[in-house]
Each structure stands twice: as C-alpha cells, then as structure tokens.
Design a protein around this ligand. Structure first.
Ligand SMILES: Nc1ncnc2c1ncn2[C@@H]1O[C@H](COP(=O)(O)OP(=O)(O)OP(=O)(O)O)[C@@H](O)[C@H]1O
Ligand SMILES: [Mg+2]
Length: 283
C-alpha cells in the first residue's frame, strides 16, 4: 500500500465521519468521534479494498462504509419499497435520475446498489447510464473497463462487458468508451434490448441505472420509459423547485417510485417534526 493510498485512506475515514449523509443527528455525532468499532471496521474494509480495487471506494458510498448508519437505514427502506412493490408489480429495473446536474444521482445509485447487494435475496446489476459524464467506476474505485457504449456499438453478448462490483452480489456495467452521439446510442433499439435482456436473463437480479439529468439529456426520459420505476433525487437546499416540477411532469408521477432528499440533515431542534414531515426521504 503506497503513500498515496495511505493518505487517501486517512482522508476517506475522516471525511466519512463528517459526511452529512452519515445521517446522525448532531447529538448522536457528539464531539464528531465515531465509536472505535466503526473506525476499526472501516479501516479494515479500506485495507481489503486496497488489495482488489484500483482506488478506495468513495467515502460517499456510505452504505458500504457504514452499513449501520442512519443513511444506510434510509437506503434499506428504499430497497424494501422496491422489493415489496416488485412482488405485485414486477419491478426489476430502476432508473435513478434528477432534474439537473450535481444533485447526487450517482451517489444514490451506488448506495442503493450496495444496499441491494447487502440484502439476503436479490443480486444487483448497476449500469452507468450516464455515458456523457460517467462516474460509477470512479465512485466504486473499480478499474476502468469496456462498458455500455462498447456493448451498444458491438454485436457481442452483454456478458462480455459485465464486471464484478465491490460486493459478491453486485455486477457492474461501466459506461464504456466516450462517444460522440450519446443520445442516439442510448435511445437505440439495442439499448432497449439490453434492459429487456438483463431483466429476462438474470431473473434474480435488480437493475439500477444511473443516468444524466432528465431536464438536460434526452436519453433519460427514454430510459425512464423502459425502466420499471424511477427514483428521483432532489438535493436538499440546492435543487431548483421549478426544475424539479418540470422533471416530475416529464417523467410522470406514476413512474416515480420514490424521491430521495439528498443532503437532508436531521436536526434535533424544535422544528424537527416539521422538517421530518416535509423534507425527509419520501417514498
Ligand atoms: N449530501 C451531499 N452533501 C454534500 N455534497 C454532496 C451531497 N450529495 C452530493 N454532493 C456533491 O455533489 C457532487 C455531485 O454528486 P453526484 O456525482 O452523486 O451527483 P450527480 O447528480 O450524479 O452529478 P452529475 O449530474 O454530474 O452526474 C459531488 O461532488 C458530491 O460530493
Ligand atoms: Mg452522475
């Protein structure tokens, strides 16, 4: 383990402690110190990752680093909603999107995928469907490999492009090589075929698709039409209300399975009830 990795490890752990999505109240945070067990487990995980991954798993994948945190609980609830609904409505593919850029889509996609992989039953296939600005590979610390665009441009089987994720029950399809025509490629028949093939061939697998912003990229809307459900990310205090309204209108309320209010921090002050009621993760 080189010096750089050591520095990253250190940064990773202290950053994780302060990350808002850690989800603890200020009281729970106390003086900002985490219990020795949590720190030890986190260090151990980072050490093991160093042996098999290119980089440490990003600290924002909090479900991976701190499966006992409140944020991880939120993702469990979302996972439960998807799995519960999937019994009646057959939800196999979930598109994660938001109105605009930088609202937390990739972070939510990765955390949701990890949460599914940590559960007892289903496996998860995480697809980086944001081929314009791919970041799943970096967030998970994986080695860069061929992926979605390469698959779409080739005649080869999907299995040639899948790679193992950061947990045993997780498979990843990276975004692949940069292309000039992302919208055409992503709205092609082969893309539709991919979602259908993944659905039918891997019956025990839920598919989570990260995507570009729905108000800015044509393909997100098409992908939303092909996926069974949409998880919408709204960045608390950052997302523009009109932009969110526009995205909801485009996607259609019925298609939206849940809204993740990213960045919401529970405060133990007197407005807690109000805030909880109106701003917490809603499904
Ligand atoms: N809860 C949060 N608290 C602080 N920063 C956050 C939070 N969520 C996201 N960010 C920051 O916002 C940036 C975007 O996060 P992420 O890549 O998950 O968003 P995105 O919607 O996928 O972005 P893009 O549209 O560029 O693909 C990152 O730099 C991340 O650190
Ligand atoms: Mg992204």
């Amino acid at each position: 383990m080189g010096k750089l990795y050591k520095a990253l490890e250190k940064a990773n752990i202290s950053a994780l402690r302060d990350w808002p999505l850690d989800g603890r109240t200020r009281e729970e945070k106390g003086n900002g110190q985490r219990g020795p067990d949590v720190v030890r487990a986190s260090r151990q995980r980072v050490k093991e990752d160093a042996e098999r991954l290119e980089k440490p798993v990003d600290f924002r994948v909090v479900v991976y680093h701190n499966p006992e945190s409140l944020a991880a609980e939120h993702f469990k609830v979302l996972r439960g909603t998807i799995m519960h609904r999937s019994k009646g409505q057959v939800i196999k593919s979930i598109l994660v999107t938001s109105a605009l850029e930088q609202e937390g889509k990739t972070m939510v996609s990765c955390n949701l995928a990890v949460s599914i992989a940590q559960s007892i039953d289903p496996y998860v296939l995480l697809i980086d469907g944001d081929v314009r600005r791919p970041s799943v590979q970096k967030m998970l610390g994986l080695r860069k490999s061929r992926g979605l665009t390469d698959y779409l441009m080739s005649g080869n089987p999907l299995s040639d492009y899948l790679m193992k994720g950061i947990l045993d029950k997780m498979t990843v399809l990276q975004a692949g090589s940069r292309v000039r025509n992302p919208a055409e490629l992503m709205t092609s028949e082969r893309m539709q075929h991919l979602i259908e093939e993944a659905r039918d061939r891997y019956a025990d697998r839920l598919i989570v698709i990260d995507s570009p912003p729905v108000n800015l990229a044509a393909e997100s809307l098409v992908l939303a039409g092909q996926a069974d459900a949409v998880v919408m990310v709204v960045r608390y205090g950052v997302s523009d209300k009109n932009a969110v309204d526009e995205a909801v209108k485009k996607l259609g309320k019925d298609k939206i399975l849940g809204v993740v209010f990213n960045g919401f921090e529970i405060t133990p002050r007197k407005y807690t009830y109000y805030k909880k009621k109106y701003y917490k993760v809603a499904y």
